[in-house]
Design a protein around this ligand. Structure first.
Ligand code: DGJ
Length: 725
């Protein structure tokens, strides 16, 4: 891994074992991407960048009619200088004009990676960083574009920061972190689309003319679109083909643009959504945009996912959680909703302990006057009816049972019916001329305000001062509307969306530093904010409010494009399922939930002994295979979005343990025997099926495969366990 600079050719070559990313300074002032893809050893620049004299070209150099920014592949696209594609930046100068003419000036290569101020960003072990300095002379602005290449994953992070060195304030009205120009458009575009209870559907389409924009203006990254796009060869699949992917390390509004240029080139951009955004840059101030991570794979989508997994596991997730196995938990939500007494919960906890649960999670309903969703968000003290002596004695009882204890909070919100709102009605996002809007009976607290953030830090620190709370489920159940802050002047109101996210990150950074061993699980009505920004603070996320095993096959499969199974909380829940009414066998519910970070979310008090026995066995089994599931490699085998079910397998890092899972959605009267071929095994090794004792070669399992037994029931699942001999 390294970054070479060839002075004579003005070429920067960023490389690791598998990938090269090559930039060239053009005419001493612009920076172009010359190549990005499979590792090449030396870039000779014999194949020059070609320019032709073209109609409507505006020539930045009047001596050269062939040279126009409109056809130049650019790493950071200027504004108002004849590149008519979407720009990387838009400024508003004090005289109302907006042309931004920054030229390349110099570079720096560093052996480390600096953290980004106030933002989550990848840590820089085994990495090198190239910083390109650009300068805008007319307004004395410096712009730095940084690239970090990593040794342990095929990823490059990019970020952009802008500094006002002048004497006059100006405004940033658009600042996209990444801009990548490809010289062809022969790609498919893959995105993750969804909604509440139906997150992360994989959508694949041909790149088409014009601009395709994926975005969120909901104040969070959202379940509707994930801040991720991939471009792949039209024939790329799980194992073959080039894939170029981009993901945003950010949890608020975003935009990703895929633009086919007039001659068939392709511009791909990602960054803060420019709508409803601006940032005042006063003299001597700087602004840093959130980070984008770029991944290249020549081994199809598996290569892409594995690069993202290593990136998030080794560079985003807090170090203390990187190698830590996650506890099997029982969550009270679908077991009891708001309706419980502490005695009932203790009964549930006893049963939980008895079946092997390790962590008891008290979900919503434990605080203030909270008996429904219309009350008490904001009042983070124990509900006196449910816990007359406070939470401590209850927690103590849970600990005495030999369980860990965790608790749910939704700190970013407040109910109208709450002490906090009555005391501080101006603490919510609102506009002075309209009634504040509710969603799930709640308002959004204005996290752009320092006083609100400090209040929340204090409240949550009080809660966490009870050392027995070792897990927090951090929920966020509505999107932002009437986005305005009572404290900011008129010309800064468009900063509120971003300031909200910065406020949230400040709270999370403070709490996770103060309480480094507390395991945080992110949640936004399920996977509504499942992004790399949140993962930097919260090593796991509640993948979806939809706990139906069959729906979860798709949701978890889609989520796995970006996020490793250890980060995906997945629970076995009751039947008929509470979201879709489906009845699936307990075995299938387990097969799906054990494919992630296993938990249970049902009322064990209502279950018969036979079912409890099965659950006991499941948990015991999961504890045995947990290192393979949570720390091994994950391979997708059969895509449920196109077929009657899905399949995947796990392989431990030492390749000794293999677990394969197959789910059939509907039983069919006539079909040929299906075979699944496993992936990631040791070709020459011999594997034994732990249940049947049958012997297979690694190559046999991977190339000849295993046949799926006859299915006579809907929603059937199979799990195979293999050991290397
Ligand atoms: C939404 C979450 O996704 C659920 O799991 C549960 O915690 C509820 N909120 C509680 O209100």
């Amino acid at each position: 891994m390294g970054i070479d600079y060839q002075k004579d050719k003005q070429v920067f070559h960023l490389y690791n074992k598998n990938m090269s990313y090559i930039l060239q300074i053009i005419k001493g002032e612009f920076v172009s991407l010359r190549y990005w893809g499979r590792r090449i050893h030396c870039f000779h620049d014999s194949n020059k960048l070609l320019f032709y004299d073209r109609g409507f070209g505006v020539n930045i150099d009047k001596e050269d009619r062939t040279f126009s920014l409109d056809t130049l592949p650019q790493e950071f696209s200027t504004n108002g200088l004849g590149d008519f594609r979407s720009s990387s930046i838009a400024m508003e100068w004090s005289d109302g004009t907006s042309v931004f003419d920054a030229r390349y000036q110099s570079y720096e290569i560093r052996q480390d990676k600096q953290p980004l101020p106030g933002l989550p960003s990848a840590s820089g072990e085994f990495s090198q960083t190239l910083i390109l300095h650009f300068y805008e002379e007319a307004h004395d602005i410096q712009l730095d574009v940084s690239y970090t290449i990593f040794e342990d994953c095929d990823c490059i992070t990019r970020n952009v920061s802008i500094s006002n060195l002048g004497e006059t304030s100006c405004k940033i009205t658009k600042l996209l972190t990444s801009n990548t120009d490809f010289n062809h458009r022969d790609f498919d575009l893959v995105t993750l689309h969804g909604s509440h209870t139906n997150e992360k559907n994989i959508v694949r389409r041909k790149v088409s003319d014009g601009i395709t924009m994926l975005s969120s203006l909901r104040g969070t990254s959202s379940p509707q679109q994930t801040p991720f796009i991939a471009l792949c060869d039209p024939n790329a699949n799980e194992a073959y083909g080039n894939v170029y992917a981009f993901a945003f390390v950010y949890s608020g509004n975003f935009m990703a643009n895929v633009e086919v240029g007039q001659y068939g080139s392709l511009r791909v951009q990602m960054g803060l959504h420019p709508e409803a955004f601006s940032w005042e840059l006063a003299p001597k101030e700087s602004f840093t945009a959130p980070e984008v991570v770029l991944t290249y794979s020549y081994t199809g989508f598996t290569g892409m996912s594995h690069a993202f997994y290593t990136f998030s596991q080794q560079h985003l997730i807090k170090p203390q959680f990187r190698n830590q196995l996650r506890p099997v938990l029982l969550n009270s939500w679908e077991a009891a909703y708001f309706d419980f007494t502490q005695e009932q919960l203790l009964e549930l906890a006893k049963k939980a302990k008895d079946v092997g649960i390790e962590l008891f999670v008290l979900d919503d309903g434990w605080f203030g006057q909270r008996n429904d969703d219309a009350h008490s968000l904001g009042d983070w003290y124990a509900n006196k009816e449910k816990f007359p002596h406070g939470l401590d004695p209850f927690i103590h009882e849970i600990i005495k049972l030999g369980l860990r204890f965790g608790i749910w909070v939704e700190p970013e919100m407040v109910n109208e019916e709450s002490e906090l709102y009555r005391k501080h009605p101006d603490w919510i996002l609102h506009v002075p001329y309209a009634k504040p809007l509710v969603g799930r009976n709640q308002f959004v607290l204005d996290l752009s305000r320092a006083d609100v953030c400090e209040y929340l830090i204090e409240q949550l620190s009080n809660l966490l001062s009870n050392k027995n709370i070792t897990y927090i489920k951090w929920d966020m159940n509505r999107h932002l509307t009437q986005v305005s802050s009572a404290l900011l002047p008129a010309h800064k109101q468009k900063e509120v969306y971003h300031r909200y996210v910065l406020g949230l990150y400040h709270i999370l950074e403070t709490l996770t530093s103060r309480f480094p061993n507390v395991l945080f699980e992110g949640c936004s009505s399920g996977g509504g904010r499942f992004d790399f920004g949140m993962l930097s603070y919260m090593p796991q996320t509640w993948t979806s409010d939809n706990t139906d095993a069959i729906c979860r096959v798709n949701i978890q499969y889609g989520t796995s494009l970006l996020f490793p199974p250890i980060t995906m909380a997945a629970h076995v829940s009751a039947v008929p399922n509470h979201q879709v009414g489906r009845i699936t066998p307990l075995m299938t519910r387990y097969a799906v939930a054990m494919s992630g970070n296993l938990g249970y979310e049902l009322n064990l008090n209502e279950m018969i002994e036979e079912e409890l026995h099965c659950i006991r066995e499941q948990i015991e089994n999961y504890k045995n295979i947990r290192p393979t599931i949570q720390q091994g490699d994950f391979y997708r085998l059969k895509n449920p979005f196109h077929q009657n079910g899905g399949a995947w397998n796990f392989v431990s890092k030492d390749k000794k343990h293999v677990i394969a899972i197959y789910i059939r959605t509907l039983s069919m009267p006539a079909y040929c025997v299906e075979t699944i071929t496993l992936r990631g095994l040791e070709e020459d090794a011999i594997y034994r099926n732990s249940e049947t004792q049958e012997i297979f070669g690694g190559d046999e399992l991977m190339y000849a495969g295993i046949s799926i037994p006859r299915v006579r029931e809907d929603f059937t699942s199979f799990i195979w366990y293999f050991e290397k001999l």
